[in-house]
Design a protein around this ligand. Structure first.
Ligand SMILES: N[C@@H](CCOP(=O)(O)O)C(=O)O
Length: 461
């Protein structure tokens, strides 16, 4: 199994190399050269298995010889041992033919833990073999940062530096990043929005002297391993509802497009997914793009679902790569146009995207109303991101079961949830004293050189 860049100009890599590399050296994203298809009998055989065994069977065909089977099983077991629900990802029915997949039972209360915990295990295992040290730099609009910190805190051979947009994440999200005491954790509050943070991160990858000098690694969904680990819960939930004998659809709260792209990979692997519905908040570039073909930024507006306050969705590039017939030059050209604000998706590519994806947008008012209505109808307290998706999913219900991804625990957004439905969700016991813990954070400008200097100083190579 080899991995190739969406821009066609970087060397093909093995799974282990792609995982440690992050962004391809031509600025593109790594994708598998071919996606392995699971025969229907193998999909059917996933029914009733544990989350861990499902993860092993779904991810194994992508790994090549990076880990032995026994080693990989051990890493999976360690990754999910800290989840607080025996099912790891329980399905809850909220209406006729409508189910919510709760992805917030990991240590940092968001779906990011599903991938970050296993990447943490895999990277540590790889580094133990190579004896290397690395600097992980991540950009976050709220959830990736704490999940990365949780996965890598306290490790001797890894520094983890997280850039988050100052004043644009919830207080719980910020405290999750700024209260860990380990000296290898560096929380940086950057001027600007998430798109600025991600742009500076990509600048760092594209500056080869810096990249090689600090042994830069990435754990955003830039990293193929992040996407792969998220493919698992599509299989796990669809099989629970009767796949492969019965098709399902998914609605996904969408920001950086990594989560829904994992669903796209599950579909390519043979999981019968009828539609993948992109749910956006008022930062609706993807909904506009799919409806009109015009993929154009119009500024990031802060919302009550801050993790989705994104206009430049990194992984959309992976979907475009397939939509443009895997033509790296065409992808490089549209990404170049994106630097000046946007591009028109070609008619053929648009048609191809619409075969798999549908989309919808949810306003701030609709988000709050959905939190209140879902609580009243079902007793389920949704976080604002999950509420965005539940609202959009409701507009796309049909004969096949709809699974809506609930991506974060409502307690990460207590103010928005309380304002919407009157209930202030409590943090779980392991985070009960979060507001009493001292914070450690550095304010930084949106300036590449300043950021690089600070990172060099912090990691003291
Ligand atoms: N919504 C994300 C943004 C980063 O996404 P990623 O999947 O590329 O890590 C967040 O909460 O940080």
């Amino acid at each position: 199994m080899r991995y190739i860049s969406t821009r066609g100009q970087a060397p093909a890599l093995s799974f282990g190399e792609a995982m440690m590399t992050g962004l391809a050296r031509d600025g593109g994203l790594y994708v598998p050269e071919t996606v392995p298809v699971l025969p229907a009998a193998e999909i059917a055989a996933l029914a009733g298995l544990s989350y861990e065994e499902t993860a092993f069977r779904v991810m194994r065909p992508f790994l090549g010889d990076t880990f032995t089977d026994a080693e990989f099983r051990r890493l999976i077991a360690a990754a999910y041992a800290g989840f607080d629900h025996a099912a790891r990802a329980p399905l809850v029915q909220i209406g006729p033919n409508h189910f919510v997949l709760e992805l917030f039972h990991g240590p940092t209360l968001a779906f990011k833990d599903f991938a970050m915990q296993i990447i943490g295990q895999m990277m540590q295992a790889a580094l133990a073999k190579s004896g290397q040290r690395i600097t992980i730099v991540g950009a976050t609009s709220g959830d990736t940062g704490s999940a990365a910190i949780e996965a890598f805190r306290g490790l001797k051979n890894i520094d983890v530096v997280i850039l988050f947009p100052h004043g644009r994440v919830s207080e719980v999200q910020r405290r999750q990043m700024t209260t860990p005491t380990e000296s290898n954790v560096h929380a940086l509050a950057m001027e600007g929005d998430f798109d600025d943070c991600q742009a500076r991160l990509k600048d760092m990858f594209n500056d080869f002297a810096f990249r090689d000098g600090v042994h830069l690694a990435g754990v955003n969904s830039i990293n193929w391993a992040r996407v792969l680990a998220q493919v698992v819960y599509y299989f796990y939930s669809a099989v629970a509802l009767g796949a492969p004998g019965r098709a399902v659809s998914f609605t996904v709260p969408t920001g950086n497009f990594g989560d829904i792209f994992a669903g796209y990979i599950a579909r390519k692997m043979g999981l019968p997914i009828e539609k993948l519905v992109i749910a956006t908040n008022q930062n609706d570039i993807l909904d506009r793009a799919l409806r009109t073909g015009d993929h154009r930024t119009n500024g990031v507006k802060p919302s009550i679902s801050p993790s989705m306050d994104i206009q430049v969705s990194s992984n959309f590039e992976r979907a475009l790569f397939d939509a443009y017939g895997r033509d790296g030059a065409a992808v490089a050209a549209v990404m170049d146009e994106m630097k000046s604000g946007g591009f028109r998706i070609s008619q053929g590519a648009l048609q191809s995207l619409r075969e798999t994806f549908a989309s919808g947008r949810c306003s701030e008012e609709e988000t709050s109303a959905t939190i209140a209505a879902t609580l009243a109808a079902t007793g389920e307290v949704l976080c604002p991101h999950s509420a965005v998706a539940v609202k959009v999913a409701a507009d796309h219900l049909g004969p096949v079961p709809m699974i809506t991804l609930a991506t974060a625990h409502p307690a990460k957004f207590p103010d928005a949830v309380q304002a919407a439905c009157g209930i202030r969700p409590a943090l779980p016991p392991h985070m009960a004293d979060l507001y009493d813990r001292p914070e450690r954070v550095t304010r930084v400008p949106n300036d590449l050189c300043a950021l690089q200097a600070l990172i060099r100083e912090r990691i003291a190579l």
